[in-house]
Design a protein around this ligand. Structure first.
Ligand code: 4NP
Length: 148
């Protein structure tokens, strides 16, 4: 899961998908990263932690990190939140195989739409709740497709 700061959207997405895989008994490793170093080393934004906690998901242990080229080797899929993240990831892709792994997370709901998960950082708790709901639906769809 990739966003900009790795403190709001991508740790939430990783926490949600991890929980859904666990519930469905699907083995897998989910991680998150960003491209913006301002928050490197930080725990998730308090508002992201809170909305996760309200859904019994604990993301407090995540430590923000930058995306690395070897994430393409470690992970089968790279989900991005918006077009900014998409271009960031595609810019460091080494080959066609890397590029094929990258998709907008909301394409799990509407393939090819390239819809974006809005950045809630400058918003309020309502924005974080809306982001949570979007990510929950998308992660549900991802987990269900892995279950087939
Ligand atoms: P995220 O949100 O990309 O969902 O983690 C942001 C967090 C921090 C900043 C921007 C977006 N920032 O500019 O510091």
């Amino acid at each position: 899961m990739v966003c900009l700061g790795n403190i709001c959207r991508s740790p939430l997405a990783a926490g949600i998908l991890t929980e859904q895989l666990k519930k469905m008994n699907i083995e897998g490793t989910v991680d998150s990263a960003g491209f913006e170093p301002y928050h490197r080393g930080d725990h998730p934004d308090e508002r992201a932690q809170e909305v996760a906690r309200q859904h019994d998901i604990d993301i407090s242990g995540n430590i923000a990190r930058l995306f690395r080229k070897d994430d393409f080797d470690t992970y089968d899929k790279i989900y991005v939140m918006d077009s900014h993240n998409y271009h960031d990831v595609m810019r460091v892709a080494r080959n066609e195989n890397d590029k094929k792994k990258v998709d907008y997370i909301l394409n799990a709901l509407k393939p090819g739409s390239n819809d974006e998960v809005p950045d809630p950082y400058y918003g309020g708790r309502q924005q974080f709740m809306e982001v949570y709901k979007l990510l929950e639906k998308a992660c549900d769809s991802i987990a269900s497709s892995l279950n087939k």
